[in-house]
Design a protein around this ligand. Structure first.
Ligand code: AMP
Length: 395
């Protein structure tokens, strides 16, 4: 039977999975799917690679573990010949310890639980995914792939906050996130444009969560997210950059509780908070509300500021890449950013941009601008294959 690898990405109310063939140089997608609405009215959708999307049956409210059991039952039914050789998991936080994917054992799971306070909205669900998969397949290796790992080599000045040094030693640092996406894009760019990929590149991962990463020679040098996934750009519902003095004011003068402050910053701010309309860029672009338009202008403004700052960090820009939901599909946001950075040597090809082409810079642009779809699942599958030694190259 052929080696197959499953990837799992367990979030607060959903579990995404993908099934890959592991026998080629790069993992080949067979099918991907999502169970959404956990704890409420769950729905299970699958998309066959290059084929149709359909609903799969589900019964009743589901916990994460039940959703994972349903996913594996579906795979077994639909692909009875698939021998699952390894399962790869997206884990948001690897702390200081994990700078590379790791095969999970009891000791690793204990270590990963210690990072729950660092990513309370994601880490518990990621770990529930691992536990569910371990129960379903106790003899199959489980590999944890971290969103923080790609950023672990940052220089002190990009890793530290200017708090007393003992805080840095305790691990209160700028971890950065979206690392699996950035690693995938860095690899793709090496195939698309090997010369520029070796230089200074900024990748704009603009989705519901949004951040930028500055690469040099394909390695992460700096990123806009920090200790938490709140720092940097404004996002669907997260504030992004904010003056810590404002938070002190809310705690002290407004008497806000930490719980309410957390809700404010993670769930009620960003594009949703500014617009009062939606967290969703498509809805904002379609809205006539002045505040929706102001939220879009704010988003573009902050992206421009952060691109300029990261350009300084890497000593000049050789290529700009847009990815994730907004980056891949919003000509308006890309145009706002690229046209606002004309002084840096960027020029847009409006027609290519409107078509979401792979290259959207004009021929006269000093710096090429790419639209490159990200694929975190394939990156997880690749890490999983390498970590357990399944790939032809590893054998
Ligand atoms: P992601 O988190 O990567 O799935 O991205 C989700 C974001 O992408 C949401 O804000 C969507 O509104 C946005 N998005 C998806 N398609 C489009 C589109 N065609 N135009 C503008 N925004 C889009």
């Amino acid at each position: 039977m052929a080696d197959r690898v499953v990837t799992l990405n367990a979030g607060s109310s959903s579990v995404k999975f993908a099934l890959f063939a592991a026998d080629a140089d790069w993992p080949q997608l067979i099918v991907a799917g999502t169970v959404e609405g956990l704890g409420a009215k769950p729905r299970f959708r699958v998309a066959i690679a290059g084929g149709e999307t359909r609903d799969a049956p589900l019964a009743g409210k589901l916990t994460h573990k039940q959703a994972i059991a349903a996913i594996f039952a579906w795979i077994e039914d639909a692909y009875p010949e698939a021998a699952i050789s390894a399962i790869g998991h997206r884990v948001v936080h690897g702390g200081l310890r994990f700078a590379a994917p790791v095969i999970v054992d009891a000791e690793t799971l204990t270590a990963l639980r210690e990072f729950i306070p660092l990513a309370p909205l994601h880490q518990p669900h990621n770990l529930a995914g691992i536990e569910g998969a371990c129960e379903a397949f106790p003899n199959v290796p489980q590999v944890a792939c971290f969103d923080t790992a790609f950023h672990r080599g940052h220089a002190f000045v990009d890793d530290a906050y200017a708090l007393p040094y003992s805080y840095y030693e305790r691990g209160l640092r700028r971890f950065g996130f979206h690392g699996l996406s950035y690693e995938y894009i860095a690899r793709r760019l090496r195939a698309i444009d090997p010369i520029h990929a070796e230089g200074g590149v900024i990748v704009a991962h603009l989705g519901n969560g949004a951040s930028l990463c500055a690469l040099k020679g394909g390695r992460s040098i700096a990123t806009t997210m920090g200790f938490s996934a709140l720092e940097g750009l404004p996002m669907g519902t997260r504030s992004g950059q904010i003056d810590p003095g404002l938070l002190l004011y809310l705690l002290q003068s407004d008497g806000m509780t930490p719980k309410k402050l957390s809700r404010l910053l993670y769930e009620r701010s960003g594009l949703l908070g500014l617009s009062g309309v939606s967290h969703d860029m498509r809805a904002l672009e379609a809205s006539q509300e002045p505040r929706a338009q102001a939220a879009i202008a704010y988003f573009i403004h902050r992206i421009k500021i952060e691109i300029a700052a990261l350009t300084a960090v890497i000593g000049g820009l050789d290529a700009l890449v847009f990815t994730a939901g907004i980056g891949e599909r919003s000509p308006r946001i890309r145009a706002g950013v690229v046209e606002g950075l004309g002084w840096l040597g960027l020029a847009l090809d409006g027609t290519a941009n409107a078509r979401n082409d792979a290259v959207i810079s004009a021929p006269r642009s000093r710096i090429p601008v790419f639209v490159t779809p990200t694929d975190e699942e394939a990156m997880i599958a690749r890490h999983t294959i390498e970590t357990v030694g399944l790939s032809a190259a590893a054998r």
